[in-house]
Ligand binder design. Structure first.
Ligand code: HEM
Length: 159
């Protein structure tokens, strides 16, 4: 009886984690798509960095909270699939390969985001707008790839 109870709780936790993870994905990927597809082209057309600043001032904290949520729920889900992260590094299934790919995406995202946040955004001018544009397109592409790889996990592989 107790075993059944624990098992049901565990299944519930797993479902909640997947829902939170999906919700975080809508914020992180959706927010970057809005930035890259609507705000950025207007800023480039008008050579106006303030449009980016205005978007960032609203999205920065919320977006980072979503990325943090993704990392926590993602690692938690990984822990459930690979208790104690055992067998994870054996790369015996598509699952660990897809998750490792997601970890690589996370590193790439952090590198691009930190570089933009500390080296480009503080001295953003009309002249440096292009290099920020490349960063935004890069982070957005990685954000979409996160969703593709995530869906791949749920679908049991993409091929
Ligand atoms: C911004 C970053 C991320 C985004 C946008 C994202 C997006 C997604 C999406 C859309 C799914 C499919 C959900 C479903 O229908 O089941 C998913 C699943 C998953 N993600 Fe992420 N993810 C991100 C980061 C991470 C990280 C850092 C990890 C951990 C290494 C991770 C591990 C997983 C796992 C294990 C699943 C499978 C859950 C399941 O059974 O469906 N994700 N992700």
């Amino acid at each position: 009886m107790l075993f059944v109870h624990i098992h049901t709780c565990y299944q519930m936790l797993f479902k909640i984690l997947v829902i939170l993870h999906t919700l975080g994905a809508t914020v992180w990927t959706g927010g970057h798509l809005v930035l890259a597809v609507t705000v950025l082209p207007t800023a480039l057309k008008n050579r106006d960095p303030n449009r980016i600043h205005a978007f960032e001032s609203h999205f920065e904290g919320f977006g980072l909270a979503a990325l943090l949520l993704q990392t926590i729920t993602g690692l938690w889900l990984t822990w459930i699939y690979f208790p104690g992260f055992q067998n994870f590094l054996a790369f015996e299934s598509y699952l660990s390969i897809y998750i490792a790919f997601k970890l690589a995406l996370l590193l790439g995202t952090l590198a691009l985001a930190l570089h933009a946040r500390f080296f480009i955004i503080p001295k953003l001018t009309k002249e440096t707008l292009n290099s920020l544009a490349y960063h935004i397109v890069g982070v957005t592409t990685l954000a979409v790839l996160f969703v593709v790889m995530g869906a791949g996990i749920r679908l049991g592989g993409l091929t």
